[in-house]
Design a protein around this ligand. Structure first.
Ligand code: NDP
Length: 348
């Protein structure tokens, strides 16, 4: 009998999630049935969408019930298998959530090849966040050479990929991030053409200086005051793929101040803007294959770089998750739940 340590939802958070909203439980896993494998978690991905699952507000995916294990993408090692497709020792991409071990159906897993790329990248640049950037920018943003693409949360896995793909396509990439250190990373690691700190008191002026020709594509990741400043710089026919609104995920009441909606609607009309929300899964059938091919090549040849922010131990997940919602993470946030047995990791 194998046991697993799980982090479950104990209460729906109000505002920033607190320790008391979670409970850590040790549970016994069932014996394997035909077609199932026993998994040990190596990496757990922490992503902003998880905050939405911890809420009863209506959204595109069902809320967690109290007592559920928190959901999440994982990279796991197969410890035992009753499925022909997988053998002990295989490394797989799974969706087993905030726990150390799990039983999963083989059909829900994808085998990873540690020779091709570090296995952690399947949760970041070569996984869901990278795919979100690729599909959202290319299908909805449609950047053209010479155009200006602006993205916020630009030092994170989605934003950094958006900026770098924009540059691959010949556009000018302007990143918005919190603080001078993240802005330095945008310029030096990711090759953005300009970086703007949204915490600076001169943010709106700095954004104007960084976008002398206006903005043709705004890849929306945050909302709030950042969006207000960006909207004033939009060009005729600008496109706004609405990917995320992380600045408001912990909000407990509506923003105060003047209603911005009439002004925004006016701009949509007079500038012929295209504003289009999306959830990445919409584009999996049409774009996943080309994403895998293109992104792997861009990472291999250095056109796309990535940074990972790895914390050790499942018991650190809740604190790290709070950091994600306030910008403490630098790069793709991962929890190393157990040892990484791949040669790349041993070489580090
Ligand atoms: P990140 O790792 O970039 O983490 C979130 C970042 O948001 C923080 O690091 C912080 O960066 C920024 N942030 C937090 N609060 C604020 C604020 N008040 N104002 C401005 N910025 C803030 O996350 P991801 O790259 O994983 O995700 C980016 C966005 O993409 C999120 O909104 C997420 O929900 C969305 N998303 C949407 C998907 C879809 O299918 N539509 C799929 C995947 C992600 P900083 O320090 O720079 O402010």
């Amino acid at each position: 009998m194998t046991t697993t340590t799980q982090i479950r939802l104990a209460a729906y958070p109000v505002g920033m999630p607190q320790d008391s909203d979670f409970e850590t439980v040790t549970a016994e896993l069932p014996a394997l049935a035909d077609g199932q494998v026993l998994l040990r978690t190596i990496y757990l991905s922490l992503d902003p969408y998880m905050r939405g699952r911890m809420s009863t507000a209506k959204s595109y995916a069902a809320s967690l019930q109290l007592g559920d294990v928190i959901v999440g993408g994982t990279v796991c090692e197969v410890l035992d298998s009753r499925a022909d497709e997988f053998a002990t020792g295989d490394i797989v991409l799974a969706y087993t959530g905030w726990q150390t071990h799990a039983v999963a159906a083989a059909m829900q897993l994808r085998r990873l090849d540690p020779e091709q790329a570090p296995i952690s990248t399947a949760l970041g640049v070569l996984g869901m966040p990278g795919f979100t950037a690729y599909a959202g920018l290319l299908e909805l943003g449609k950047p053209k050479p010479g155009e200006t693409v602006v993205v916020a949360a630009a030092a994170g896995p989605v934003g950094s990929a958006v900026g770098q793909i924009a540059r691959v396509k010949g556009a000018r990439a302007v990143g918005i991030a919190g603080g001078p250190e993240k802005c330095r990373i945008l310029l030096e690691t990711y090759g953005f053409d300009a970086a703007v700190d949204h915490w600076s008191p001169t943010f709106a002026e700095d954004l104007a200086a960084a976008t002398p020709d206006g903005i043709d594509v705004y890849f929306e990741n945050v909302g709030g005051p950042v969006t207000e400043a960006v909207v004033k710089r939009l060009n005729l026919y600008a496109r706004i793929p609405v990917c995320g609104l992380v600045a408001g995920y912990n909000a407990t009441e509506k923003p105060t101040g003047p209603d911005q909606l009439p002004g925004f609607m006016q701009r949509i009309l007079t500038l012929s803007l295209t504003v289009r929300g999306f959830i990445q899964s919409e584009f999996v059938p049409t774009h996943y294959e080309s994403f895998q091919r293109d992104m792997s090549a861009w990472v291999r040849d250095g056109q796309v770089n990535y940074v990972e922010d790895v914390v050790d131990g499942l018991d650190q997940a809740t604190e790290a998750f709070r950091g994600l919602l306030t910008g403490r993470n630098v790069g793709k946030l991962l929890v190393r739940v157990g040892d990484d047995p791949t040669p790349e990791a041993r070489g580090q």
